[in-house]
Design a protein around this ligand. Structure first.
Ligand SMILES: Cc1ncc(C[n+]2csc(CCOP(=O)(O)OP(=O)(O)O)c2C)c(N)n1
Ligand SMILES: [Mg+2]
Length: 325
């Protein structure tokens, strides 16, 4: 039995609820963006839920994560308020960042969410900084850097591997490999392997199936525990599939016609989770259906609230320009 199934019923439900909330959030953003209701640019995390949730289940508010341009799932997994996030994406005044950041800059420092980030690979140095702070102040905190297969080729990420290892920082690198950087397949652009790269820098490194919450949860748990107890950084290579385009509006001509349909049918992280816990007689399908319905209703309400929320006014342009530490 995978160790994740030894989680308590409450923990299993919390994990499933978080993954379902992310899925419903992303489906709602997809619908609203297609209808022309959302300004700016969005990149959806649907299909990748087990990674963010499997890792963040081990974290609390003293821990920090840095996210990517595909950040909604990481935000929800780390405990950000979905209603504040939706308002942020709609550019509303009471969005999580005052409506000034939008999809790619959602942050909530009170939750240790250092921010989604439009700069590919920028999370590496940020999390090294957070982890150095935790180590210096002996807070017991751990920092997690989420980044994509494309970002894994950025110099800033490779320099961060070196810093993290040489300073023995309490952090983990989570390479979320959905097989593409925009339209470029990682088989064309990534030399060697993510695990080989991590090991080259002296870090314990492992590849897991990102459709399998339990596999991610178990591997991340071991790595976070090691980081928390002074054992230094590790690298987790998570193989997964994104269900939508690189950005909303991407025609995805570079993917096989049935690629996404196959993944949705055969390796959906939510379906696999359901299958596992139902087969183990831990939950009935009806109990999980009730969570699905609650998440769908909550997201529908979140969209209604975001649409009704006030926009920033001109005077708001001059507030929050600098952050006061
Ligand atoms: C420094 C930098 N270079 C290039 C870009 C343009 N860009 C945005 S997303 C992206 C691909 C990132 O791919 P990956 O890291 O695999 O993340 P994914 O989109 O697959 O989640 C690129 C090249 C950018 N935003 N920042
Ligand atoms: Mg990618």
């Amino acid at each position: 039995m995978a160790s994740g199934l030894q989680l308590s019923r409450d923990e299993l439900l919390a994990a499933y609820r978080r993954m379902r909330l992310i899925r419903e959030f992303e489906e709602a953003v997809h619908t609203e963006f297609s209808a022309g209701n959302i300004p700016g640019f969005v990149h959806l995390y649907a299909g990748e839920e087990a990674s963010g949730v499997g890792v963040c289940m081990h974290l609390d508010d003293r821990d920090a994560i840095a996210s990517t341009h595909r950040g909604h799932g990481h935000c929800i997994a780390k405990g950000c308020d979905p209603s504040g996030m939706m308002k942020e994406i709609f550019g509303r005044k009471d969005g999580l960042c005052g409506g000034k950041g939008g999809s790619m800059h959602i942050a909530d420092l009170s939750k240790g969410m250092l921010g989604a980030n439009g700069i590919v690979g920028a999370g590496g140095p940020l999390t090294c900084g957070a982890a150095l702070t935790f180590k210096t102040l002996k807070t017991g905190g751990v920092a997690v850097c989420f980044y994509g297969d494309g970002a894994s080729n950025q110099g800033a990420i490779l320099e961060s591997y070196n810093l993290a290892k040489i300073w023995n920082l309490p952090m983990i690198f989570v390479a979320e490999d959905n097989g593409y950087a925009e339209s470029t397949a990682s088989s064309w652009s990534v030399s060697g392997s993510q695990v080989g790269r991590g090991e080259g820098f002296g870090m314990p490194s492992r590849q897991v199936n990102g459709s399998d919450f339990f596999e991610v949860y178990e591997a991340a748990g071991e790595m976070i525990e090691r980081a928390r107890s002074g054992g230094g950084p590790s690298l987790l290579h998570v193989k997964l599939t994104r269900y939508y385009g690189h950005f909303e509006g991407d025609a995805m001509t570079y993917r096989l016609p049935d690629e996404v349909a196959q993944a949705r049918q055969n390796s959906d992280p939510l379906n696999l989770f359901r299958q596992r816990v139902v087969e183990a007689s831990l939950f009935s399908p009806e109990e999980l259906d009730a969570i699905d319905k609650h998440a769908a209703d909550l997201m529908a309400q979140t969209v209604i609230e975001a649409k009704a929320a006030p926009a920033p006014i001109e005077a708001d342009l001059l507030t929050d320009v600098y952050y006061r530490y």
